[in-house]
Design a protein around this ligand. Sequence first.
Ligand code: SAH
Length: 214
Amino acid sequence: MAQYGTGRERMVQEQLRNRDITDERILAAMLEVPRHLFVDDALRGRAYGDHPLPIGAGQTISQPYIVAYMTQALQLTGMEKVLEIGTGSGYQAAILSRLCGQVYTVERINSLLAGARKTFDQLRYYNIRSKLDDGTIGWPENGPYDAIIVTAGGPSIPEPLLEQLADPGRLIMPVGNQHVQDLQLVEKREGQVAVETLASVRFVDLVGEHGWSK
Ligand code: SAH
C-alpha cells in the first residue's frame, strides 16, 4: 500500500541514511520489508516512526534505527547462518533473512512466535526457522553460527551462545541491568574473543537459564 511505502522511504532516509547506516544492502532490506505487518492493526500508522512499539505480552519491537545498527555491526555478506534470540514480532529476523543465507530464531513466548510465523509465511520468507524455547541455551543442533544477535537485555553473554558462535564470528547483545544496557559486540577470531562496547540502549529482559530469572 502506497501510504506505507512512503512512510518506509522516509524512515530509511531520515532515521537511517541521515545517521550512520551506510550499508546499502541493509538500507535496501529496510526499504523492502513491510514493517507495518509486524505490528498490531491499531499501531500500523506508527510503524515507521522513530521509536519502539508494543507487540503484546509486555514486549516491544525495536526502533528501526536500532535494528539497522545491530544488523550493520554483524557485517553480513549474504551466505551466513545467523541465530537470533528473541523473535518477538519477527521483524529483526525478517531483515536478517534478506541479508544472509539462513536465519534461526528462538522465542520463549508462544503467542509472539505464532504471530511472527504467520507473517513470515505471508511474506514467503522461507529461509527463517524458528522454535519456542529458552534461547539463552542457543540452538546447538544447527550451530555453529556465523553471527548471533540477542534482542533482549541480559546480565552477561550466555556461555552457550559463545560456544555456538563460529570462528570467525560476530555476536551482538545488550548487556547490563534491567533498566539500561551496553550493546556489546563480540568478535571471535583465531580462537580469541574480543569484546567491544558500542552504545547505551534499553531492551526488554532476556529471561532464562543464562539470563534474568524473571
Ligand atoms: N527481535 C524482536 C524484538 C522482540 S523484544 C523484534 O524484531 O520484534 C525481545 C523478545 O525476546 C521478546 O519477544 C521476549 O519474549 C524474547 N525473549 C526474552 N528472553 C528470551 C529467551 N530466553 N529466549 C527466547 N526469547 C526470549
